[in-house]
Design a protein around this ligand. Structure first.
Ligand code: SF4
Length: 508
């Protein structure tokens, strides 16, 4: 899963006036390697990208009152965390809170944490120290959400007594009740229940991306990859009822969204809990049929649940985007077994052959971990040859680092840091060459682009193709944000394409 750093209220780099954002090595690395296929951070944070369409109401009648209590959410982590924060914001809006653009101005400061980061807990406590003075001086209420909240639990109150609320994602459904306790003066309020079959649904979701709406369809994870903390922090797999998903997509279409991204830790494990008993493909096809929806994406897929049916559905349905993110993690079957990934190299390659055999030209991205305990030079070489074989358009590559409560923590034969860095550099360069060659072949092609960014300084526009490729382009037209345009590709780079709008080729 790709990581991003995202402050909910759009101030990307310096969301707090009383302390810098601490970014771990993994985040910095990811920002480098994920540029081509991240979720479009610039479109979330660039004021120029504030879109032309009102998406979902962001204010209730109560919170228009500037004397209402204010909130600010600082978010780390994956798209799931970002979207969780959008829903948490919805809960607060419903309760009459108003959002503010700076943490220093907020009465209620929420910190949505991610445990994928190296030394995540340590960094969370450092960050909470930044909040300490503000909490005491201004009587701010501080809450910790997300994976580190679930992982550290009440220990957070011991080490940061100025925190009033600790809540992991499996308990978000109880947030209205927990917030009420905090409002009534509760000071050690917890939501740490892992044993649930319910999903987190809200009346209001405050979406900040005006072009792409995120929507969680499945929470938690029933796999047990040996390096991953998610089953310990997000709880067991639970799917949202198809009726509720479709109703929300219809509301999003009515609000002007044309692009939907379905989210889940293992999104393609979706199983409708309602009597319809839809599988993932049934749901995909139903979402794609909703009037006004032009693009449907989904992430992240688990290879074990990736079926030929999914490829066939995309092939036959233009509204389903022709981009698959299918994390492989290693090209060595031996390491995959140690990782408990439940598939072998050959099985992964078979699934890729379905994608390569499709009529549409799918783009493919993947995740790789280098330097897993015991990874030999031959195992690493197997990962490199797998990348050659699959010819993907982007790789999110990470150095392995141990996480608490994971089986791989106790595995012998740790790989030295220096060696992990060497392997990562080799892999990134190999992949860079693959992307250069692949993107060069696209010169001369024509793509439909959903415009989400305007680079004012160079008067250039940017957006994404259905295959999630970034296209920068020039045109004599103006006011293109949120529009679909046709672009002729004239140049290429490892992570993006460059072109010119096809005059008279407007798609909308
Ligand atoms: S599939 Fe594996 S890596 Fe992904 S969330 Fe579940 S346990 Fe973690």
């Amino acid at each position: 899963m790709s990581l991003i750093l995202y402050a909910y209220n759009r101030n990307k780099r310096n969301p707090l006036s009383f302390g810098p954002v601490s970014t771990g090595g993994v985040l910095e690395l990811t920002q480098i390697v994920s540029r081509a296929f991240d979720i479009g951070l610039s479109s979330l944070t660039d004021p120029q990208a504030a879109g032309p369409r009102a998406a979902v109401p962001t204010q209730t009648s109560e919170n228009r009152n500037s004397s209402a209590r204010s909130f600010y959410i600082e978010t780390f982590g994956c798209q799931m965390n970002v979207h969780d924060s959008e829903k948490v914001a919805g809960v607060l809006l419903e309760r009459g809170y108003r959002p503010v653009d700076a943490a220093a101005d907020a009465d209620f400061l929420l910190y949505n944490t991610c445990s994928i980061r190296e030394k995540a807990a340590q960094k969370v406590f450092q960050r909470l120290n930044d909040f300490k003075f503000a909490a005491k001086a201004n009587q701010k209420v501080i809450g910790v959400l997300g994976c580190v909240a679930q992982q550290e639990g009440e220990e957070i109150f011991e080490r940061a007594p100025w925190v009033s609320l600790v809540c992991g994602s499996p308990s978000y459904r109880n947030l209205p009740n927990l917030i009420e306790q905090v409002e009534s003066g509760g000071r050690r309020v917890t939501g740490l229940d892992l044993d649930t079959d319910e999903t987190f649904e809200t009346e209001i979701t405050r979406r900040d991306n005006p072009f792409r709406a995120y929507l969680t369809i499945i929470e938690g994870c029933d796999y047990s990859c040996s390096y991953c903390v998610v089953p310990h922090t997000r709880g067991p797999e639970r799917s949202r009822a198809s009726d509720s998903i479709l109703a929300e997509v219809r509301r999003l279409a009515d609000a002007g969204y044309t692009e939907i991204q379905l989210l889940g830790q293992t999104v393609n494990s979706y199983r409708d809990p309602s009597p319809r008993k839809w599988n993932f493909v049934d749901l995909l096809l139903a979402v794609a049929e909703i009037e006004g929806i032009r693009r449907v994406r989904f992430t992240t897929s688990h290879p074990n649940d990736f079926t030929r049916e999914i490829v066939e559905a995309i092939d036959a349905t233009p509204a389903l985007c022709d981009h698959i993110h299918l994390p492989v993690q290693s090209g060595s079957t031996r390491i995959l077994r140690e990782m408990r990934r439940t598939y072998a190299r050959e099985q992964y390659l078979e699934k890729i052959s379905w994608i390569h055999g499709a009529r549409r030209q799918f783009s493919l991205t993947t995740d790789v971990i280098v330097g897993f305990p015991g990874e030999t030079e031959a195992d690493f070489e197997a990962t490199l040859t797998l990348l050659d074989a699959i010819q993907s358009d982007g790789v999110f590559a990470f150095k392995y680092s141990p996480r608490p409560n994971t089986p791989s923590l106790a595995m012998p034969d740790a790989i030295p840091e220096e060696e992990k860095s060497r392997r990562l550099a080799i892999l990134n360069e190999r992949q860079r060459q693959i992307q250069i060659a692949r993107n060069e072949k696209l010169i001369g092609a024509r793509f439909e682009v959903l415009v989400d960014t305007h680079h004012t300084a160079r008067n250039q526009w940017a957006g994404r193709t259905t295959s999630n490729r970034i296209v920068n382009f020039s045109t004599s037209r103006e006011n293109l944000l949120g529009q679909y345009v046709q672009v002729h590709i004239t140049r290429s780079a490892p992570n993006s394409l460059i072109g010119e709008e096809v005059q008279g080729g407007e798609a909308q």
